[in-house]
Design a protein around this ligand. Structure first.
Ligand code: NAP
Length: 295
């Protein structure tokens, strides 16, 4: 799709099916995992470290382990108790760094308050940093050097590719500048030769800036903040936001019904960006295993 062209009158945007794109990525990973296992006599491995019993974290970790098993990645499921000391946890990360069967590692955040999450995640070997969140991974990404990039922005690039978005030279506006999403998203887009504007809570005239975007990416965490008339006709709109509404439903950052009247393509919430994150985590794990095997 060429972006930015006026598409009025308009039958409604193409809705980008993140579940279908994620299923394709998972199928490709499953194939790659089987080939890796045939070459090396063992599958890639993903270690998860869940400290304590935070119920939301337990659900996320279970989802990652289940998805890994489905594509043939071996799981290493570590669940130290909430009173583990910082030194003991650091030692566990060190063991997993040294274990050649562990290709990737995730320390699930947040950690209990007596532990320093930044310090602990910083101990993860960059070669195994499949969340792409350590300072080394962020540095490699910003230098344009090979490394592991964070899963959600990588998933967004994959969704844009799925609609053949022309990234080179495109005006892309990213709303949100977090280390987890907005900043790495901007770096990945720059690597694709897009012209990138990153907005945040102090941006003036946010609507005007958004209206310039051929590709508008919202990652704020404020339900339906991006209105339909912030969308340039024909733009591709990617909604990363996930906020739980009063009725328990997950809401995106974009007013979907209004935005789809003007957009060329748009992701729904749920079923857009969300499914891509775990799919890209699995792909990062396979990439890490290949790199460690010298491939
Ligand atoms: P975050 O760390 O809270 O960052 C939010 C960003 O939004 C900040 O840069 C903030 O600006 C900006 N912001 C806040 N209010 C704003 C306003 N009124 N106008 C413009 N910008 C504003 O959040 P995050 O971790 O990046 O996550 C953002 C959303 O994406 C959340 O809903 C999260 O659940 C979702 N998310 C989903 C996935 C997934 O689908 N798997 C993954 C990651 C995140 P300042 O920097 O100035 O404070």
């Amino acid at each position: 799709m060429s972006v930015g062209e006026a598409v009025i009158p308009h039958d409604g945007a193409q809705v980008i099916d993140g579940r279908a794109v994620a299923a394709r990525v998972r199928a490709e990973v499953a194939e790659g995992v089987a080939e890796f296992a045939a070459r090396h006599g063992r599958p890639p491995g993903l270690a998860t470290v869940l400290v304590g019993e935070d119920p939301a974290s337990a659900i996320y970790v279970a989802g990652k382990q289940k998805a890994s098993a489905q594509v043939g990645i071996r799981g290493f499921d570590h669940r130290p108790s909430a009173d583990i000391s910082q030194d003991e946890l650091a030692a566990l990360v060190g063991e997993l760094n040294a274990n050649p069967e562990v290709s990737g590692m995730i320390v699930q955040l947040p950690l209990p308050s007596h532990l320093d999450g930044t310090y602990i995640t910083g101990l993860v070997d960059a070669a195994k940093d499949v969340d792409g969140l350590t300072a080394v991974s962020a540095g490699l990404l910003s230098l344009g050097r090979p490394g592991l990039a964070p899963c959600t922005p990588v998933g967004v690039i994959e969704l844009l590719r799925s609609v053949n978005a022309e990234l080179e030279g495109a005006e892309v506006v990213v709303v949100g500048r977090s280390n987890l999403f907005g900043k790495p998203m901007a770096q990945l887009l720059l690597a694709e030769n897009a012209t990138v504007t990153v907005c945040h809570s102090r941006t003036r005239d946010l609507r005007e800036v958004c209206l310039r975007a051929d590709i508008l990416i919202a990652a704020v965490g404020r339900a339906q903040m991006v209105k339909g008339d912030w969308v340039k006709p024909g733009a591709i709109v990617i909604d990363v936001g996930q906020t739980r509404g009063a009725d328990g439903k997950i809401l995106g950052d974009v007013d979907f019904e209004a935005a789809r009247e003007r957009a060329g393509a748009i992701t729904p919430v749920p079923g857009g960006v969300g499914p891509m994150t775990i799919a890209c985590l699995l792909r990062n794990t396979l990439s890490a295993a290949r790199a460690q095997a010298g491939e």
